[in-house]
Design a protein around this ligand. Structure first.
Ligand code: SAM
Length: 167
């Protein structure tokens, strides 16, 4: 269920420390068809509507070469989210999970990420499919999708291992 700003049964809010400026730049804005959170998809889909990512000057120059990628990772600031919940009830049914076990927009630093399909570049704008954010959401970063990159070196003995023994 889409959250406005309510606290639901079983949820816990904390008193967050005073905001410290991490020095983030909003490098652009994202234009989407959705003006209210209730309209947004929970996650973007590659067959969803085409959205426009507009880069501000001088960051538009950083788009050089982007056309060679079909999939991009977009990072954005979910600016209308509350930031103080550590336990959340996504279905508003009293069942709670920790914020870091969820992809909820409500988090101490409300960064959203989506893997999108690049449809076209129009100067300082990218047309993409696969977003799930409100019209006007601030843009934080754009990266080529990591699946297009291979590790620089194969895993070595002693490298960090996950619980199942795979590197
Ligand atoms: N795909 C991103 C992720 O996994 O990090 C975001 C997922 S989050 C579940 C998407 C939801 O965030 C939308 O359905 C909408 O309810 C909410 N949302 C979208 N834009 C927002 C904004 N600018 N501020 C606050 N909430 C927003």
């Amino acid at each position: 269920m889409v959250r406005e700003n309510e606290i639901r049964q079983g949820e816990i809010a904390v008193e967050a420390p005073a905001a410290r400026d991490a020095g983030l730049h909003f490098i652009g804005r994202i234009a989407t068809p959705w003006t209210h959170r209730r309209q947004c998809p929970r996650q973007g889909r590659h067959d969803g509507p085409t959205c426009r990512i507009e880069l501000f000057e001088p960051w538009d120059a950083a788009l050089a070469g982007i056309e060679r990628y079909r999939q991009l990772e977009i990072l954005y600031w979910l600016d209308q989210s509350r930031r103080d919940l550590v336990l959340q009830s996504p279905a508003d049914d009293g069942e709670v999970r920790g914020t870091f076990a969820l992809r909820s927009p409500v988090r101490p630093n409300p960064i959203g990420t989506s893997i999108v399909l690049l449809v076209a570049r129009e100067g300082a704008s990218l047309l993409v499919r696969g977003l799930d954010c409100l019209d006007g959401t601030p843009l934080l970063d754009i990266k080529p999708d990591r699946s297009g990159f291979v590790p620089l070196a194969p895993p070595q003995p002693g490298d960090f291992q996950t619980g199942d023994g795979e590197p």
